[in-house]
Design a protein around this ligand. Structure first.
Ligand SMILES: *[C@@H]1O[C@H](CO)[C@@H](O)[C@H](O)[C@H]1NC(C)=O
Ligand SMILES: *[C@@H]1O[C@H](CO)[C@@H](O)[C@H](O)[C@H]1NC(C)=O
Length: 420
């Protein structure tokens, strides 16, 4: 019951890429590598529908089409990591159950000297075999993938109606260790800002602007987009990406606002991470928030439901709750406030739906978890639950993170830009 709900996959954090580990798990490919560049200069966007939900499924996923002929794969869109990889029949040493047959790699190996390989291995870049680029990614939940980089083609529909097949570099993952929040998917879609991120790859081929965004619907599904002609920039609230912390999409330090009031819970280093289903606060802030929430509940006809293990904290009322509306008199909205320039502040609003969920047993559970407990150290993560029904935009050219309330149920109509 607990397994799927607790952590979503894949916030690739502090751990980074670990290349030195496990030489014995590596494979050798003897085929000759080759590389080429697609020379296209259309400027447009790509919109991909999303499937899944925060609860009960525990994750969102998108379909990508890779190979020649193209085959479909379901992948976890992860703004917390840079590498796209698929479970790969290389053959596979350890693969997990997947919705599609494992990816069959071609012979187009990425050589060790390739800049994408070097960027993955920042720091200690050793080439044991110049003909291939081994990788290993470890995620904050303890899951990992080990494999080799491959060049292949991806079938992509541009919003202009043009269909293209750009060359992309992806990981052929032949040895996966699932984390506790294991998801039955074909792989991960790396949306981070590194060179290997899928968005910077498409951008470097002149296909799109270096912008990625997502819109998770609280009713399930939503959409993901690359490029910048999908939203109206005038409706976006935005804040600069942190200069102190460049590795992930971070607006820097934030402060928790509860019920419109300052809480003193501040100087929290925040990261936006679509690879995490829930939101995490580091231990002190988490305890501070728990204190505020439980204080608010005292004397009300609602008490902790110790037998509900959906999430660490659940509460039951006199009757089972059917929707968040039923608990609106017991909880207050949250917000995170960031400094977005000289004396200006930007606020990321988190309504009740952004941090609470109704469990299958009709209790209300807190969708904010203790980050210190799962090894996130001082990082605070805004996960999918808090980004629902918002368009969140990571603009790597302007170096900003922006958001706006949106109806994520309908993919954007590009001509009308009709968003609420
Ligand atoms: C591209 O668009 C066509 C027509 O709308 C659709 O049938 C197809 O599934 C789309 N392909 C991809 C890769 O999204
Ligand atoms: C949060 O996690 C830390 C580290 O495991 C632990 O010491 C602390 O008691 C936890 N706080 C709560 C309220 O669970």
């Amino acid at each position: 019951m607990k397994a799927r709900v607790i952590l979503a996959l894949s916030f690739l954090l502090i751990l980074g890429i670990n290349v030195s580990a496990s030489d014995d798990r590596r494979k050798r490919w003897w085929d000759w590598p080759s590389s080429s560049k697609a020379g296209n200069s259309i400027c447009s966007s790509v919109v991909l529908p999303l499937y899944g939900n925060v609860y009960p499924q525990g994750f969102y996923y998108a379909q990508i089409n890779i190979g020649h002929p193209p085959r479909p794969y379901f992948v976890d869109p992860d703004t917390g990591s840079d590498l796209t990889w698929l479970q790969c029949d290389a053959p596979c040493v350890h693969c997990t159950q997947a919705p599609h047959p494992y990816y069959r790699p071609n012979n187009d190996l990425v050589p060790c000297k390739d800049p994408l390989c070097a960027s993955l291995h920042a720091g200690d870049h050793r080439c044991d075999d110049p003909g291939q680029c081994d990788y290993e990614v470890e995620y904050a939940d303890g899951g990992s993938s080990l494999g080799v980089l491959i060049n292949d083609v991806s079938l992509v529909n541009l919003t202009t109606g043009v269909r293209i097949t750009p060359r992309v570099t992806i990981g052929c993952g032949y040895d996966q260790i699932p984390g506790p929040s294991y998801q039955p998917l074909d792989g991960v879609l790396g949306l981070g800002k590194g060179k290997t991120g899928i968005v910077s790859q498409l951008h470097s081929q002149g296909l799109i602007r270096n912008v990625v965004g997502h819109c998770f619907s609280s009713r399930g599904g939503g959409f993901l987009f690359f490029g910048d002609d999908v939203y109206d920039p005038l409706r976006i609230v935005s804040t600069p990406m942190s200069r102190d912390y460049r590795k992930h999409y971070s607006p820097g330090y934030g402060e928790v606002i509860y019920g419109g009031k300052q809480t003193g819970l501040k100087n929290l280093l925040v990261i936006f991470d679509s690879g995490s289903s829930f939101t995490y606060l580091s231990s002190q802030a988490y305890e501070g928030l728990l204190y505020l929430v439980t204080k608010e509940l005292s004397g009300k006809p609602i008490k902790e439901a110790l037998d509900d293990k959906t999430l660490p904290f659940c509460w039951k009322g006199r009757k089972p709750f059917r929707s968040i509306k039923d608990v609106s008199k017991y909880f207050k909205p949250l917000a995170l406030r960031f400094s977005s320039g000289w004396r200006s502040k930007t606020q990321f609003e988190i309504p009740l739906e952004g941090y609470l969920l109704i469990s299958s047993r009709g209790n209300v559970c807190l969708g904010i978890l203790n980050g210190t407990e799962v090894g996130l150290q001082n990082f605070n993560i805004i996960g999918d639950i808090s980004m629902q029904d918002k368009m969140v935009i990571y603009d790597n050219e302007k170096q900003t993170i922006g958001w706006t309330t949106a109806n994520c149920d309908r993919p954007p109509k590009l001509d009308t830009r009709a968003f609420d």
